[in-house]
Design a protein around this ligand. Structure first.
Ligand code: HEC
Length: 142
């Protein structure tokens, strides 16, 4: 039910135009940073399903681990809409209150290209953590 209505909403409301954020290394790098700050805790790191965060493990429905359950085939306008408005009755929040359209398109660009990143961007992506570093937390506790 919810799925049918989401698809209908996407057909009606998701922007059909091209991503206004150009495909450049710098924009992809910005996308990695935005993803690390806002999304990795649920949608995972470059390790994908091999390393779920405690939050990702406990969500229902589960958040797709985008490195392995990618959305590269989805139109960027659909990803833009989902990020901006969230997905009802799931843990997927609306980022329309905290990120501007430029940031959201930058995220959509990264999602579209995350399986074919240029080497410098890939290197940064490999360092993204989906949960605070345990060793660092132990230092804080001492
Ligand atoms: C609190 C957890 C959480 C956070 C944080 C989160 N999401 Fe999600 N997201 C989800 C869940 C859960 C779903 C699956 C919803 C469903 O089953 O329809 C989802 C679905 C999605 C989808 C649709 C995937 C598909 O296969 O259609 C996209 C795209 C997405 N999220 C992008 C993002 C981006 C980008 C961010 C960061 C700006 C983000 N999400 C932050 C939980 C989260």
């Amino acid at each position: 039910m919810a799925r049918t209505s989401l698809n209908a909403t996407l057909r009606r409301e998701a922007p059909k135009d091209q991503n206004p954020v150009a495909l450049t290394d710098q924009n992809l790098m910005n996308g990695v940073h935005l993803f690390a700050q806002n999304c990795a805790v649920c949608h995972g790191s470059a390790k994908g399903t091999a390393s779920l965060s405690p939050i990702a493990k406990g969500e229902y429905p589960p958040p797709p681990q985008l490195a392995t359950d990618g959305v590269e085939d989805d139109p960027e306008g659909d990803s833009f809409w989902k990020i901006k408005h969230g997905i009802r009755l799931t843990g997927m929040p609306s980022f329309g209150y905290s990120l501007n359209d430029q940031d959201i398109w930058t995220l959509a660009l990264f999602l579209k290209h995350m399986d074919k990143l240029p080497p410098a961007v890939q290197q940064t992506w490999l360092q993204v953590q989906n949960w605070p570093d345990i060793a660092a937390n132990q230092v804080i506790q001492k």
